[in-house]
Design a binder for this molecule. Structure first.
Ligand code: SF4
Length: 259
C-alpha cells in the first residue's frame, strides 16, 4: 500500500503550523489573514532558512561537501546554496578535511572575521579528532581545540546524507535559541579567539607564561640554571697546578735525553 502524497497546500499548512503561537488562538474567520507567532520563531526561522556556508574546503571531505551542494542533494532547499567566498557574509563554517598545523592560524583568523551569529560544523574524522592522521607531526587532533564547534559529523568521509543530517541538527540548535539570551546581543562584544602562532609547533599566545614555566621551570629554577651555567664557564688554572705540570714536563724531557 502506498502512502498518499501530501498536497502542496497541505505541506504549506504544515510549515505554517510551525509558526503558529501554541496558546493564542486566532478566530476562525481571521485565520486566512492573521497569524500570531513569537519573535523568536520568526527570527530563528529566517536565520536557519538562509544560513550561508563559507566556501572553503581542506581535504577529501570537501569533495563530499561539494556533492552535497550539487543538484543531486541540493542544499538550495535549505536556503544554503549561496556559499560565500567571504567570511564577512557567511554564517556557517564547515570545516571539511584534515586540519594541519599550518592551516590552523588561517582557520582561526577566518573564524574571527565572520560576523555573529556564526556557527561551526566539523565534518569528518580529521576535523573532529585528527582522523587517520591523529598524532601525526603536521595535523592537529581536532579543530575544536582552537575554535568552538556546534555540530560534529562523523565519518571518513561522511556521506552527503550525513552532512545534511548534521545541517538539520544545526537548524534544530538555531531554533532553540532565544533572542533574549543569544550571546551576540549581550553587553560587550564577543572576544576574538587568539590566533595560534606556528613555530616549531602550534601554541596559544595566552599560554606563553605556562609554556615558559613548564619548559624552564619556575622563576627560582631559572635563576639556579643561570648560576650553574656561570659555574660551567672556563676558570683560570691555579698557579700550583701550573708548577706541577711544568715539573712533570721537565722530568719527561730529562728521561727522553739520549745517554
Ligand atoms: S576524514 Fe577521511 S575523507 Fe575526510 S579529510 Fe580526513 S581522511 Fe579525508
Amino acid at each position: 500500500m502506498t502512502t498518499p502524497v501530501a498536497r502542496f497546500s497541505d505541506l504549506k499548512q504544515e510549515q505554517i503550523n510551525e509558526f503558529l503561537h501554541d496558546r493564542i488562538q486566532v478566530p476562525e474567520d481571521l485565520q486566512s489573514n492573521v497569524m500570531v507567532t513569537t519573535l523568536d520563531k520568526v527570527y530563528n526561522w529566517s536565520r536557519k532558512s538562509s544560513m550561508w556556508p563559507l566556501l572553503f574546503g581542506l581535504a577529501c571531505c570537501a569533495i563530499e561537501m561539494i556533492a552535497t551542494a550539487a543538484s543531486r542533494y541540493d542544499l538550495a532547499r535549505f536556503g544554503m546554496e549561496v556559499m560565500r567566498p567571504s567570511p564577512r557574509q557567511s554564517d556557517l563554517m564547515i570545516v571539511s578535511g584534515t586540519v594541519t598545523k599550518k592551516m590552523v592560524p588561517a582557520i582561526v583568523r577566518i573564524y574571527n572575521q565572520m560576523a555573529e551569529p556564526r556557527y561551526v560544523l566539523s565534518m569528518g574524522a580529521c576535523a573532529t579528532g585528527g582522523g587517520p592522521f591523529k598524532e601525526g607531526y603536521s595535523v592537529v587532533s581536532g579543530v575544536d581545540k582552537y575554535i568552538p564547534v556546534d555540530v560534529y559529523v562523523p565519518g571518513c568521509p561522511p556521506t552527503p546524507e550525513a552532512l545534511i543530517y548534521g545541517l538539520l541538527k544545526l537548524h534544530e540548535k538555531v531554533e532553540r535559541q532565544s533572542i533574549t539570551s543569544v550571546p551576540w546581543y549581550r553587553k560587550g562584544s564577543s572576544e576574538a579567539v587568539p590566533v595560534p602562532i606556528l613555530g616549531p609547533d602550534l601554541f596559544d599566545p595566552r599560554k606563553v607564561q605556562v609554556i615558559k614555566e613548564h619548559t624552564l621551570g619556575s622563576a627560582a629554577a631559572v635563576k639556579g640554571a643561570v648560576a650553574s651555567k656561570a659555574r660551567l664557564q672556563p676558570q683560570p688554572m691555579a698557579e700550583e697546578l701550573k708548577a706541577r705540570i711544568r715539573a712533570a714536563q721537565a722530568q719527561y724531557r730529562t728521561q727522553k735525553q739520549p745517554a
